[in-house]
Design a protein around this ligand. Structure first.
Ligand SMILES: CC(C)(COP(=O)(O)OP(=O)(O)OC[C@H]1O[C@@H](n2cnc3c(N)ncnc32)[C@H](O)[C@@H]1OP(=O)(O)O)[C@@H](O)C(=O)NCCC(=O)NCCS
Length: 161
């Protein structure tokens, strides 16, 4: 299922078609690579497949010329709240609106499920991501101390949609 098609500009000022579609199981290897590169984290395949099976619409990939450039993965914790678990863009493709387009698509899918609130956690030192979420009108709710396995703190952020 294709969710949307958007034009983005490359640094060379050539325009490329950005396609957003649902995750497919054959994308898994690329997703694992993006997570490792962008977040330095590793989760096993069943983590992704379980989330995909639970809510396929909440796992969206962005492609240019059929190559995956980024993705967003989220879940619904109850009928009115969705949670973004991960969003990652290949470094070469950062800051060209791909993350924003993925976020918009995620919000659109959430609205279809009558979600009212989107929540996420982000490392308190991840300034790039925090700026990205603030730009997308998310608000910092509170600090979650020792939230991550390595002891990093998180901000709990939210946005009503
Ligand atoms: C955070 C991330 C998803 C943003 O994706 P992106 O495609 O680069 O985002 P966009 O191009 O849509 O940027 C939208 C806004 O985010 C902010 N932003 C993005 N990159 C930024 C950076 N390097 N420094 C400061 N602000 C930044 C800006 O406000 C930007 O708007 P602007 O370019 O008009 O100023 C991407 O940088 C990424 O994958 N980071 C590594 C993984 C990660 O930290 N994920 C979040 C935690 S799960």
């Amino acid at each position: 299922m294709r969710l949307s098609t958007i034009f983005i500009s490359d640094f060379s000022l050539l325009s490329f078609m950005l396609y957003l579609r649902r995750f497919r199981p054959k994308d898994l290897e690329t997703i694992l690579r993006i997570v490792e590169i962008t977040l330095g984290e590793n989760y096993n395949a069943s983590f992704y497949m379980n989330l995909h099976n639970f809510w396929p619409e909440g796992f969206i990939v962005a492609t240019i010329k059929e190559q995956i450039t980024g993705f967003v993965l989220g879940t619904i914790s109850d009928t009115r709240t969705a949670r973004i678990l991960m969003i990652g863009i290949y470094p070469y493709y950062e800051r060209r609106g791909i993350g924003s387009n993925l976020m918009d698509a995620f919000i659109k899918q959430s609205l279809r499920k009558n979600v009212k609130l989107i929540q996420l956690e982000v490392r308190t030192h991840n300034q790039k991501a925090i700026q990205f979420y603030i730009r997308r009108k998310f608000i910092i709710n509170k600090t979650l101390y020792n939230y991550y396995k390595n002891g990093d703190n998180a901000y709990l952020m939210y946005k009503f949609i």
